[in-house]
Every structure is written in structure tokens, then in C-alpha cells.
Design a protein around this ligand. Sequence first.
Ligand SMILES: CC(C)(COP(=O)(O)OP(=O)(O)OC[C@H]1O[C@@H](n2cnc3c(N)ncnc32)[C@H](O)[C@@H]1OP(=O)(O)O)[C@@H](O)C(=O)NCCC(=O)NCCS
Length: 168
Amino acid sequence: MSDASTPQGAVAPSPAWRVRLAAPVDAQAVAGATCELLAELGGKPAEPSQLRAAALGILEDPDSGALLLAESQDGTVVGYLGASFSSAVRIPGRYGTIEELWVKRDWRGQAIGGRLLEALFELARARGISRIEVGLPGESFAGLKATSAFYAASGFTQVGMRMRRLLG
Ligand SMILES: CC(C)(COP(=O)(O)OP(=O)(O)OC[C@H]1O[C@@H](n2cnc3c(N)ncnc32)[C@H](O)[C@@H]1OP(=O)(O)O)[C@@H](O)C(=O)NCCC(=O)NCCS
């Protein structure tokens, strides 16, 4: 998709990594990155085959969302962003939700997360989407403050708390 640049858009070419759209062949890598994210957040991932199938479902239906990967020069996945696109009566046009965002620990602080966000913004704008939302991890996540600061630095503002109910 593009070479590395800072979250603010100032060009900072980096031969070390790049951000690109995931392809069906990347479904396994997307599943792996999602497992690493959930392990860090204290969540329980679904079966790998279910994760792969979910990734493939989105990749085969680009209207439903977008999956972006950051990869190092040798092709190792070092970051991942998954987003879904939805509709709501209160929001004219469609809007996007960041479902997963993760950068490999040793690669953090190099603007990879910021570039993944920028890539999503570009892609969403091109599809007429003018709003992106994200649900933050729970209070028990030790990195919550840093993650909130990361999104705030990228222009996100607080809109409220999310709740959920699992249907058995
Ligand atoms: C949040 C996350 C995606 C940021 O990725 P990143 O590539 O380090 O982000 P960038 O380099 O573009 O931006 C760095 C900023 O992110 C924030 N940040 C959050 N966690 C960080 C970490 N462990 N290391 C470095 N920066 C971190 C800091 O505010 C930092 O700002 P600074 O450079 O002024 O200190 C990454 O830290 C991560 O995967 N965290 C764990 C999972 C998570 O919280 N995902 C979001 C779920 S909603």
C-alpha cells in the first residue's frame, strides 16, 4: 500500500517495514496476529480455523471491512489492523470500527501503529467513510493509558463506554 511514514504524514521513509492490504494468502498471518493481540489483552481467541475463516470472509467481501498488515523486509508480520464497515441511521453514510490493532512488541514506538491508522483513514475516505470508531481494551489491560494516548495523538476523542452481552 505504501512505505512507512509518521502518523502525522511527514515522510520518514523506512526500509525496515511497510504497510499493505492483506490478501487471502495472509489469512493465517492475520489469525496469528489476532491471537497475539488477544493474549496481550487477556482475551481468549477462537479456534485458529475460525479466525482464518473470519479473516477470509472479510477479505472476500471488501465492503464488510479491511485488513492491513505491516511487514518487515523479510516478510515477517510486525503489525496488523482489522476494521469493519457498518451503517447506522444516525450516521449518514457508512462508518468504520477498528476491531483489532496490534504491533509486535519489539517493533513498537516506530510509527507502525500510526501508519496502520493512516492507511485505514486513506482507504476509508476513498470509500466515502468519514468516521472511524474504536473500543478500547478493558480496565485490567496494563497498557490502557498508553493505548488511549496513542489514539488521542491520532485525533480520536472519547465518545463513551462500550458494553457487551454474550448470547449463549
Ligand atoms: C497501541 C499500539 C498499536 C501502538 O503501536 P506503535 O507502533 O507502537 O505506535 P506508534 O509508534 O505509531 O506510536 C507510538 C505511540 O503509541 C503509544 N504506545 C502505546 N503503547 C506503546 C508501547 N508499548 N511502546 C511504544 N509506544 C506505545 C505511545 O503513546 C507512543 O507515543 P510516543 O511515541 O509519544 O511515546 C501498540 O503499542 C500495541 O500493539 N499495543 C498493544 C495492543 C493494543 O493496545 N492495541 C489496541 C487495541 S484497541
